[in-house]
Structures are given as structure tokens and as C-alpha cells.
Design a protein around this ligand. Structure first.
Ligand SMILES: [Mg+2]
Length: 273
């Protein structure tokens, strides 16, 4: 059985217009074969729920760069260890609370005199300008639980601030034009838990993973077929993970091509039991 893990921004969704239309050929091929797509994103639960509805996707998902795993109740024939039931999901929280991250980011900014533009202080208008999200989605993007995105002015050195965050036991990553501060280990630990759950439920599985930015790299290392979708970070990511396939063009068209090539190399016989 195959399982596809995928980032959203700049990968399945166009980095500018948030469109997945060009991914249709691969989305249809996956749907025909009943192959699950697990969304693994820096987006919030509410945003990912929106995209799952648009994609008619009923599979588990990972929010806020690995902050929590959401599994629809009853999806696996066993309960996910340490998960709590909430709103029809089993939720496994891996991240630290957003309020704590915001406090630490403020302290680190003061300590290092770095002019940080934190996401929670941006107005909906500013979020729209900086992310090009439509207003309704910008509101969903603000409902953060485990990850605070921020930007720095072009000339501000990032290093002192990032070191100050690390001294507080926090982690940071970059993706989609933002830095992110989190209290958890990124997307990879969350993906690892889901891969084991699929193995336990389905036996042998093969995994295809797609991403376009540094916050995807560690989770792509866990994939049988890692695919880097073209973008500013693609070549350096490929050097860091030489067995990754690189697809052109960027965004959903590259996503589609990468998935179709992986399916072709994998053979047509594999379907969900
Ligand atoms: Mg991305």
C-alpha cells in the first residue's frame, strides 16, 4: 500500500495564488487507486480543514509544522497512544502552547534588539499582504496553537535572535517566507508516528513525500520516495538529501508530475486493501 505525505504551501498549493488545479491529474490518479494523502503543513487546523474539504480529503493531517496530529475518529482500527478525543478527531499534541512561544519570542527580540514582526501582532490586512491569503483564510491562519510565524526586516541579522530562541529550549524553522518558532521537533516526529500507525493498520506500506522548503527536509528523510518540488530551496535541499527526486515546474504542476512519476515507477498494482 502507498501513502502520500504532502506539504501544502509551495508544494500542493501554488505559492502565490493557493491554487491546486494543476495537480488534478495526480490527485485523480491517487483517488482512483484509493491512495491516502496526509497533509503535513505549517498551516493551522482550521486552514487545513478548509483545504481538506476542498480536496475531499478524509485522512489524518499534521498541523503547524508538527505541533499536533489530527486523526479522524475510527480511522485506524486502534486508538492512537496518548491522543485525546476532540471534535471527532483523535488529537495527539506534540507542541508547546502558542502563548508560551509568543512570550519567548518577545523576550528574545528584546534581549537581542531584533525588530521582529510577529504573526499574532499583524492585522488581517498585514497578513493578507504578506501571505496573499484571501481575508477568510487569513483569519483561519491566525488561529494558532503550536507555532508562531515571524518575519525580520531585510537588513536585520537573524542569528542572534535564533540563538536566543534556542537558549530558551525552543526550535525554529523556515518555510513559505516566514521563520517559525515552535517547541517541538518539526514535521518529522509527527510523520513518523503516522507512518507507524499506517504500518500497524495496513502492514507493509511505501511512502511518497513531497515538500519545497527546509521545514520539510527532516520528514522527507523518512520517506521511501522523497520528492522536492522546485522552488528557491530546492537545490540546497537536494544536496542535503541526494536521493530525493526534484520536480519541475514549481507548485502543484510539479507536484502532479512528481506523484505520477513515482506511481509509474512503483507499478500500477498497488491499491489500498
Ligand atoms: Mg511549503
Amino acid at each position: 500500500m502507498l501513502v502520500v505525505f504532502s506539504d501544502l504551501d509551495g508544494t500542493l498549493l501554488d505559492a502565490e495564488g493557493y491554487d491546486f488545479g494543476p495537480a488534478a491529474p495526480a490527485l485523480e490518479a491517487l483517488a482512483r487507486r484509493g491512495i491516502p494523502i496526509v497533509l503535513v503543513s505549517s498551516k493551522t487546523r482550521r486552514e487545513i480543514e478548509y483545504w481538506r474539504r476542498r480536496l475531499s480529503n478524509g485522512h489524518p493531517f499534521v498541523v503547524e509544522n508538527g505541533g499536533a496530529i489530527y486523526v479522524p475518529e475510527g480511522y485506524f482500527p486502534f486508538a492512537l497512544e496518548r491522543a485525546v478525543r476532540r471534535d471527532g478527531y483523535e488529537v495527539l499534541e506534540l507542541g508547546r502552547p502558542h502563548a508560551e512561544l509568543v512570550r519567548a519570542l518577545d523576550e528574545a527580540a528584546r534581549e537581542t534588539r531584533t525588530p521582529v514582526l510577529a504573526f499574532h501582532r499583524m492585522t488581517i490586512g498585514e497578513i493578507r499582504r504578506r501571505t496573499r491569503l484571501p481575508p477568510a483564510l487569513a483569519r483561519l491562519a491566525r488561529q494558532r496553537e503550536y507555532d508562531e510565524p515571524f518575519q525580520l526586516p531585510a537588513r536585520a541579522p537573524a542569528d542572534p535572535l535564533l540563538r536566543a530562541l534556542e537558549r530558551r529550549g525552543l526550535r525554529w524553522t523556515r518555510g513559505g517566507g516566514f521563520y517559525h518558532v515552535t517547541g517541538h521537533g518539526g514535521k518529522a516526529p509527527a510523520v513518523e508516528i503516522l507512518v507507524s500507525a499506517y504500518r500497524r493498520a495496513c502492514g507493509r506500506i511505501r511512502t511518497i513525500g513531497l515538500g519545497d522548503a527546509w521545514n520539510d527536509l527532516e520528514y522527507l528523510r523518512l520517506m521511501d520516495i522523497p520528492i522536492v518540488v522546485a522552488g528557491p530551496a530546492a537545490h540546497s535541499m537536494r544536496s542535503a538529501l541526494p536521493r530525493a527526486r526534484l520536480t519541475e515546474p514549481p507548485g502543484p504542476a510539479g507536484w502532479s508530475r512528481g506523484v505520477l512519476e513515482a506511481l509509474a515507477s512503483h507499478g500500477p498494482s498497488e491499491v489500498v486493501p
